[in-house]
Write a protein that binds this ligand. Sequence first.
Ligand SMILES: [Zn+2]
Length: 444
Amino acid sequence: MLIVGNGNLVTLGGDPRVISGGAVAVEDGLIVEVGTTRDLQAKHKKAEFLDAAGAVIMPGLINIHAHGYGAFARGLAIPGEPPRTFLQILRGLWWKLDRALTLEDVYVCAALGFIDGLRNGTTSVFDHHASPKAIAGSLDEEARAAGEVGVRACLCYEVSDRDGPEPAAAGIEENVRFIRSLGGWPGRLAGCMGLHASLTLSDATLGRAVQEAGKLGVGCHLHVAEGPEDGADSVARYGKSVVKRLADLGVLGPRSIAAHCVHVDQEDIDLLVRTRTIVAHNAQSNMSNAVGVAPALAMVGKGVRVGLGTDGFTTDLFEAAASTNIVHKLAARDPSVGWEEGQRMVLDTNAEVASEFFGGRLGALAPGYGADLIIVDYDPHTAMNEDNFWGHMLFGMRGGQVRHAIVDGQVVMHGRQVLGLDEARLRARARTLSKKVWERFAAM
Ligand SMILES: [Zn+2]
């Protein structure tokens, strides 16, 4: 047994409490008890003890939309004129970068992304991967990286027709192969059918992917109406909105994650509610790509299950949550909006989604929940309680303050050191490999 104690314990979940001098007892990957440090230590005298030294002990954060494969984009210059539209960003950067990746690059990029996320307090990641020249086995490389870093990861390969029918078929096959290899969860790994977006997928490919996903009992994870191009393409080619097209083809549903949903109308939102589709909101990415502000608050209000992702823009969920809180106020020109909805996305819906995908219960510190927790260096200078924790989180906490992390009951980061791999060696290898990726990128 491990007791993490001597901190401000923030339980979150259905019965949220903040326990000063609090502790959590962990055994076999599960939380067995929460209470005061004194009580738990007196009761479990032989337990190991991890001293939070006054810091916040809280559930690990969950990122429901990320792209580890983009790690080598950092510092990469896009040749020519700066892209002016979302499609130009895809064509000029991401669709060239992912084509330049080898299987080793996939492993290294995924590991770097998982490490950065973990160091910022993210213990569960829903990754969406693309490497069209290295499809077969790519999800195994990501799974290996997740295993070494120690995070929970829901993985998928981004199926697309953009490179022709063979890579599309290989993408479906990679998802199917990987999901079958998992042999059933719960655990630290999960999988789903990854799809790029409506504008790069034919009806035939979508139909095949949905059929395979149905056989495996999984949903799809894809980009929906991110830029205006996606909707325009769907209306022009199929005479209906992206959401309608995807609903008609059976892509949506309670196990599917629709990332973005920026350009959706009322009818689309109703369809997302009816199908119980999960929407991954990625406010910072949307700002950076200048695609618009997703009607995330309206979707939450209508009952869509909206959670928060990062889309690879950042790996710091604390920062993403803080930006999400303010962008909707600006968009609505109303400082009173967005507070509750943001909290629901980050603390409630993300926890629900992770619980559904990984099995068991995640996202709270309570008996029976998976033992995923982080210790964050934050010593509040005003009263902190269950009613105002969200305010402390938004304005007082960032990923750089995360000191230790525990996933599935195992200490995977201690004193900001990730324990499962040699990080200095990984970063040195990344510098060598990224140079080659940049050369291949420049030659395209
Ligand atoms: Zn994305």
